[in-house]
Design a protein around this ligand. Structure first.
Ligand code: KG4
Ligand code: ZN
Length: 358
């Protein structure tokens, strides 16, 4: 099975061709960073226009690199949400057009499910697993039982984790995009220099909160006065990253217990989404998994940040289950993971006649 994947939900225009045997035949990501940098963040209208300008040629390149023609495809998968709706429209419309012209099945993929299933592409992992999904717009712990079978166990009650990285990096003058810049700065900083809060740590439940941490950084930076020197910025970045690491470790350790109660199985723990590219967090979560009697499985960093291989793969998984979408599928700016349709459960077995009351 060979599927073309299209991703355009944020500031990366991406196209990929993936095969059912888990081979990534091509995977091209065109970042729009330079177009958004002057604004210090993603401008939705600029993103949508840029997807429109570049997507055609990008798909042609992805097909070329993969050495396939449209006639070789078994399906076309495009991110149908959640995301910046202008960009999602561009990708979905392109995907539908190819599917209609070539009479191929179309698959409208939930971007979060793309992240959630990547580990099956990269590592061939079996269901079920405990997923920590950490990206620019999300921070969630999810019981992944199958394709379209996701149960959220906890999530952020305020900021997403990537968002808190991006805002903190901006505050520290570390540039854009914030996540990788903050990680780089933190590598040369002293994580013990600033005493920052760890919201929700030790609390019951599996929810997260990051806004208090972000505010604490803002107050400390204000107290230091104008003109943060490089070392102080690095120390603050390291202190912030350590605080976030402690929060993630606490929540994931608890989540392993909850997951075991639900499934009778200890992990595995999976980390996915852009923030899972962070080396410090990967090391930290590996330790949490080991201490918890299981292992961490995380896709390689380029498959953690947004890409189209994960969309093509989710398409392969869904196509394999017959979960094809109609060509009038509407793109969705919001689309929680637990609303992703899965295979219809087989009807409960009817009791044999005459067995009533037995
Ligand atoms: O999954 P993703 O590429 O896009 C969304 O679906 O949101 O995640 C992007 C987020 C951004 O907030 C970015 O700053 C963050 O992931 N990120 C990182 C790192 N690389 C990307 N955060 C921390 N450390 C990193 N190395
Ligand atoms: Zn993403």
């Amino acid at each position: 099975m060979i599927v073309l994947g299209i991703e355009s939900s944020c500031d990366e225009t991406a196209a990929a061709v993936v095969a059912g045997d888990r081979r990534i035949r091509s995977n091209i990501v065109l970042s729009q960073l330079d177009e958004h940098r002057p604004y210090g963040g993603v401008v939705p209208e600029i993103a949508a226009r840029s997807h429109l300008v570049h997507l055609d040629a990008l798909i042609a390149r992805a097909m070329d690199q993969a050495g396939v023609k449209f006639a070789d495809l078994d399906g076309v998968a495009a991110t149908a949400g959640p995301g910046l709706i202008g960009g999602v429209f561009v990708g979905v419309t392109m995907g539908k057009a190819i599917a209609a012209a070539r009479r191929l099945p179309f698959l409208g993929i939930n971007h979060l499910e793309g992240h959630a299933l990547t580990v099956r592409l990269s590592d061939g992992l079996d269901f079920p697993y405990l997923l920590l999904l950490v990206s620019g717009g999300h921070c969630q712990l999810v019981h992944v039982a199958g394709v379209g079978r996701h149960t959220p166990l906890g999530g952020t009650i305020d900021d997403a984790i990537g968002e808190s990285f991006d805002k903190t990096a901006k505050l520290l003058g570390l540039g854009y995009p914030g996540g990788p810049a903050l990680e780089r700065a933190a590598a040369t900083g002293n994580p013990a220099r600033f005493d920052l809060p760890r919201p929700m740590r030790g609390r019951p439940g599996l929810d997260f909160s990051f806004s208090g941490l972000k505010t604490a950084v803002r107050h400390k930076v204000a107290a230091l006065g104008p003109g943060l020197d490089d070392q102080t910025a690095a120390d603050m970045a390291a202190s912030f990253q350590a605080a976030v690491g402690d929060i993630l470790a606490d929540r994931c350790a608890r989540a392993l217990d909850v997951f075991q109660e639900r499934t009778g199985q200890r992990g595995p723990l999976v980390a996915a989404g852009g923030v899972a590219a962070n080396r410090a967090f990967r090391a930290r979560l590996e330790q949490v998994a080991r201490d918890g009697g299981t292992r961490l499985v995380a896709p390689p960093p380029p498959l953690c940040t947004d890409n189209a291989a994960m969309i093509a793969w989710a398409g392969i998984e869904r196509l394999g289950l017959g979960l094809v979408d109609p060509l009038d599928l509407a793109p969705r700016p919001r689309w929680p993971l637990d609303q992703v349709p899965g295979p219809v459960a087989p009807p409960p077995r009817r009791r044999a006649q005459g067995a009533r009351g037995v």
